[in-house]
Each structure stands twice: as C-alpha cells, then as structure tokens.
Design a protein around this ligand. Structure first.
Ligand SMILES: Cc1cc2nc3c(=O)[nH]c(=O)nc-3n(C[C@H](O)[C@H](O)[C@H](O)COP(=O)(O)O)c2cc1C
Length: 393
C-alpha cells in the first residue's frame, strides 16, 4: 500500500507499524486477552447508523464546544498515552503543541516521557494531567503540586488499572521476561528500524518517565517498567481515597475508567466533576462491554449530575458524532493520535485532527445538525438493520 498521502487512522497505523520496532508497535496497538473488547469498541461504533436529512440550511456549521470550561474547536480531547515519547521524539511535547493549535485539550499521562514542566514549556495554554495512584502518597502529592504549578486545572484520575492487563503481544515480545534472550529479541526488532533509532532513541533522549525520573527504571526497557508499575501502582485504592484526592486538588476532577452504572453513581457521590466511560481501549479486562454500548445507560443515570465522556474505538469524526448523539459531552482519542504522531510526526497529528473535524462537520451537514448541541439521539437511525424484501412497488 502506498502511504504517500495517509488519510485515515488505519493509514497512520500502517505508517507507525513500518516505523516502530515491533515490540513498540505492539505496545501501542495491542489489547488484553484475545482483544475481543478492543475489537468490540470499534465494531459497536461502526454498527450505529446515522439519519441522513436533506434540504436543511447547513451553510454555517459550528463544531465548537465548551469542554471542562475551555472553548474547543470540537468535542475531542487527546487521551493520556503512557510513554508516547518512545514512539515519537519527545512525543508528549509534540502532541501537546499540535493539540494547542487545533484547540483541543491534551492530557499528559503520569507515565509520559516528557515531564509536566517540558509540556508546559511547549505551549502557552493549560493542559490536563492524568494521575495513577502510586503507593507513596508523598510522590502523588508532589505530582499534584507540580501539575497545579504549571497551570493544569483538570485532573484525570484513572481508576481501571490497579494491575496491568494481560497483554499477550507484550508477553510474546519478551516484555515479561528478564534476561538475554528477550533482550536479543528486542534488539533485533530495534535494529530493523534504523529510522526510529536515529529519530527517537538517539535524538529523543532522555527516554525516561519524565514526571518520575529517578524513581522508575529507564523507559527503553518496557519489561522493567511493567514490573515497576506492578510494584508501585496502588491496587488497594478505594472510593475513600477520592476524598484524599479531592482535598488536595482544587481543580476539576474526572474519573477515567468507569464502565458500570453503580460506579458512575459512586463517582457522583464522591464529588467528581466528570467521568470517562472507558475500558482503557480494551487493554485491561478483555470481555467487558464496549464503551459505546454502555454509554447511554450511564448518561441516563448520571448525565445530569456530571459530565460524561467516553473513549475507546473513536477512529473518525463520524464516531465522534455517534458518541455525542448518545449523550457524551466529549470523547477522548488514544491510539488515533498516537498512531498519527508515531507514523508521521506533528504533521501526521495535525492532519489527523483536521480530518476528524472535517468528518464531524460533514456528519453534521448531512444530518442537518448545525451545532454540537443539535446532535442528539434523534440523529441516529434505529430502523431495521436488514434489507427488507417486502413489496417496494
Ligand atoms: C499505548 C497506550 C498507552 C496508554 N497509557 C495510558 C495512561 O498512561 N493512562 C491512562 O489513563 N490511559 C492510558 N491509555 C488508555 C487511553 O487513555 C484511552 O483510554 C484508550 O486509548 C482509548 O481507546 P482508543 O485507543 O481505542 O482510542 C493508554 C492507551 C494506549 C493505547
């Protein structure tokens, strides 16, 4: 396939596959178990149909919206992607810059390669910070203070990773195995990608977890990184700990990784400002439902009390439209942005965000929705799925 002019996330995914050492592509691309949930996220979105309407005045379409108090060009935010700086040179800083020009929020992961301060220096407007609960609360407090100091006012607290999911691709690539054989396997995959060596490994240093430098083993060894996560992420966290967090964070608090209505109600109870309906992009518990299938019942249950966001499988502006129609306030994209950045750098991400917005606008044009507020479930076609053989004459 010629990829001179990549256009869709699938194209960027292919560009990323050609550029990255195999174990890094698999880290980015893969999911848990047999990847059933990963597949369901996209498949269930694809199965939703839109209601085309014509002869509506669609001369002026506005994809803009307010997200967490910020004026944005469309209801899309860049999800936290750990170690994005290992798939693209200083990946988080690059992505944060592009997101700023595109006027969409950027979320920095706790385990990003770039630190809070580096991302802050890359742009002039605030960004969001994602937190994982680490056992040592002094480390967490220090992270929150640093995030506040660089102007972050939205904290995305991820609640669906008490332990890392069972990701077979990572195991196959020797990530769970310390020792010479696994290192040789990965070294061979690295040597097959000299462009990545030059662009990222040599010119993208230091490859360490920016916000936790000194505490986490070097990010190039994904195996030791995973062992560090397993040892240091606090799996004993409960709803009670949210009070601790709330007391230390004066800004907006979103809980990411909610998939059950009971948990969504708890989120309201503990005073969260928003939730992200998420299954971590199918990377945690294989066999849970797709996020788009869970979204409507969660919106119905708690949508009036807090902002309900979703992520998982968003690959087009049409997908964004569908999620908004089913009640999401906004969507996050994960792999979609990381593939574009890994595959074609800043330009790739710029184009990818522009395409999302263009597709969203087109979906609005052809369903007759002029503003984001006009997008609701009446824009979806719930008619029969099979072609009817009835008498059409
Ligand atoms: C490579 C990779 C790393 C991720 N790292 C994080 C992370 O550090 N923190 C987090 O909350 N979610 C993380 N996620 C999950 C994303 O934030 C998001 O929930 C998911 O990617 C959405 O699904 P999608 O990739 O289909 O858009 C990661 C996802 C991927 C693909």
């Amino acid at each position: 396939m010629s990829l001179r002019f990549p256009s869709s996330p699938d194209d960027y995914r292919e560009c990323a596959r050609r550029r990255l050492p195999r174990f890094l592509f698999d880290y980015l691309d893969g999911g848990a178990g047999t990847e059933v949930t990963l597949g369901a996220n996209s498949r269930d979105l694809a199965a939703i149909r839109l209601r085309q309407r014509v002869l509506v005045d669609v001369e002026n379409i506005d994809t803009g919206t307010q997200l967490a108090g910020e004026s944005c060009s469309m209801p899309v935010a860049l999800a936290p992607v750990g170690m994005a700086g290992i798939v693209a040179r200083r990946g988080e800083a690059q992505a944060a810059r592009v997101a700023e020009s595109a006027r969409v929020p950027f979320t920095l992961s706790t385990v990003g390669i770039c630190s809070l301060e580096e991302v802050h220096a890359a742009r002039s407007t605030p960004f969001w910070f994602q937190l994982y609960m680490i056992r040592d609360r002094a480390v967490v407090s220090a992270l929150l203070e640093r995030a506040w100091a660089v102007g972050c006012r939205t904290l995305v607290f991820t609640v669906d990773l008490p332990r890392v999911g069972m990701r077979h691709r990572d195991v196959r690539n020797g990530m769970d195995t310390a020792g010479t054989r696994a290192s040789i396997l990965r070294a061979a995959q690295v040597l097959a990608r000299p462009g990545w060596i030059w662009n990222v490994a040599m010119r993208g240093k230091p490859l360490q977890i920016g916000c936790l430098a000194g505490q986490v083993p070097g990010a190039r060894d994904l195996g030791s990184f995973k062992r560090w996560v397993d040892a240091q992420f606090d799996a004993s966290v409960t709803w009670q700990d949210i009070a601790w967090l709330r007391a230390r964070w004066q800004g907006r608090l979103m809980l990411k990784g909610i998939l059950d209505i009971e948990d969504a109600r708890q989120a309201v109870h503990v005073g969260a400002d928003g939730i992200v309906v998420s299954n971590h992009g199918g990377r945690q518990l294989d066999g849970v439902r797709s996020t788009i299938s869970v979204l409507p019942e969660i919106v119905q249950g708690v949508g009036k009390q807090l902002e309900v966001w979703m992520d998982g499988g968003i690959r087009s502006g049409t997908d964004v439209f569908k999620a908004i129609a089913l009640g999401a306030r906004g969507v996050m994209i994960g792999r979609t942005w990381a593939w574009a950045l890994a595959g074609n750098g800043s330009k790739g991400l710029e184009n990818c965000l522009a395409s999302l917005q263009r597709e969203l606008r087109l979906a609005m044009v052809l369903t007759g929705a002029r503003t984001i507020a006009d997008i609701d479930s009446s824009r979806l076609d719930t008619g029969p799925t099979n072609v009817s053989c009835g008498d059409a004459r």
